[in-house]
Design a protein around this ligand. Structure first.
Ligand SMILES: Cc1ncc(COP(=O)(O)O)c(C=O)c1O
Length: 389
């Protein structure tokens, strides 16, 4: 087979669709000269709040800052423990460490790749103050159980929604062991990720489902006090200019990015639906391939990544074969957060996240990815695994 060129992500087809609107939005900001906290920031915040059905949406400089500001806004700091997943991008644990708290890692469920509620229970101590679930790859975490554990123990919940903009929780968690109440599931059914816990932290990094053309992030909350604190923290800890009350950050959402995101927001459901179509096509084509576990197509999943498990130690071989044919793929994440050099020696290995780090492979996905391209990607995988068998 002759090499093709299929990147792991192509943002150009999306740009082509909305080019005129984007350029008009950028020009409007340039003409206004209001680059810092211009009108588009407030308008975007209101539009996101309306979309998510949440009381407050506060634009910040990145998803990482949204996590840090979210943690501080709910009062997490020195001496506190925050239970989180080992299987995420380092910004998750880093935010906890950066506010002076200690990340405590609870192992994951192999079907959803998300934190396993059973494991959370076993990690709770007198110092535990919060849980930070991550809706990894766009798949909502088991929020009914997580919220029940939080309520039982008086814990805050900060949702890392960097990969899950537009994902809804429907109460069908693969890691469910039946311990949550039907009434809890019912009360959360259909809610957007990021609107269930005390705080939702979103990223608008360009590759995200709702991506800016630079860095950007957002804190979502229904709590007036948390919102007020987050608004202060993003502008150096001041409610009133030059009357700083606490140490904060310079973490405003850039006006140009807000204007770009306002153009993109009305398309998000359509784009997420496109991602689900791609995931369905992959799942159908890969269903009978030996040695592969395809992801669940659960309701509400927005497939920021389409991630398979490649068993029997063949993941790197598959990645290499795809690469030889000019097809991009990525490993998110080869080293669980708890085993990164920054925390070396501090945490014992967690068996499931350790194993999945050797098996996961994310294949190309974007909303407009064509069926014939998916066919050619699957063909390479089949050639290797079906022949190899
Ligand atoms: C799970 C997760 N959390 C947090 C972040 C941090 O977001 P940002 O890059 O906008 O700071 C990312 C971004 O890659 C992420 O994937």
């Amino acid at each position: 087979m002759s090499p093709v060129n299929i990147p792991v992500l192509d943002l150009k087809p999306q740009y082509e669709q909305i080019k005129d609107e984007i350029q008009a939005a950028i020009n409007r900001v340039l003409e206004s000269g209001r680059f810092i906290m211009g009108p588009d920031v407030k308008l975007f915040e209101q539009e996101v709040a309306d979309y998510l059905g949440v009381k407050h949406a506060i634009g910040v400089n990145s998803g990482t800052d949204a996590l840090v500001i979210g943690l501080r806004a709910v009062g997490i700091g020195e001496g506190d423990e925050v239970i989180t997943t080992p299987f995420s991008f380092f910004a998750t644990a880093e935010s906890i460490s950066n506010v002076g708290a200690t990340p405590v890692f609870a192992d994951i469920d192999p079907n959803s790749f998300n934190i396993d509620p059973k494991e959370i229970r076993s990690k709770i101590t007198s110092r535990t103050k919060a849980i930070m679930p991550v809706h990894l790859y766009g798949q909502p975490a088991a929020m009914a159980q997580i919220m029940e554990i939080a309520q039982e123990h008086g814990l805050k919940v900060i949702e890392d929604c960097a990969q899950s903009f537009g994902a809804r929780y429907w109460g069908t968690c693969s890691s469910c062991d039946g311990r949550c109440q039907e009434s809890t599931r019912e009360s959360l059914r259909g809610k957007f990720t990021g609107t269930i816990g005390d705080v939702g932290a979103f990223s608008f990094f360009p590759s995200k489902n709702l991506g800016a053309y630079g860095d950007g992030g957002l804190v979502a909350t229904n709590d007036d006090q948390v919102a007020e604190m987050a608004r202060m923290l993003r502008v150096h800890g001041a409610k009133k200019k030059y009357h700083n009350e606490m140490l904060g950050y310079n973490s405003r959402l850039d006006t140009l990015q807000a204007a770009i995101l306002r153009v993109k927001l009305p398309y998000i459901d359509q784009w997420n639906e496109g991602r689900r179509r791609v995931a369905q096509a992959y799942n159908d084509l890969l269903a009978d391939v030996p040695g592969i576990i395809t992801p669940e197509l659960s309701k509400g999943h927005v497939f920021h990544q389409y991630t398979i498990r490649v068993l029997e130690g063949k993941r790197d071989k598959v990645k290499e074969s795809l690469g030889e044919q000019g097809i991009g793929s990525m490993v998110y994440y080869p080293v669980p957060q708890d085993q990164l050099p920054v925390y070396q020696g501090q945490y014992p290995k967690l068996p499931m996240s350790d194993l999945l780090g050797t098996e996961v492979l994310s294949l190309p996905i974007w909303p407009e990815l064509e069926k014939y391209t998916i066919d050619s990607i699957v063909k390479v995988i089949k050639q290797l695994l079906v022949v190899d068998k």
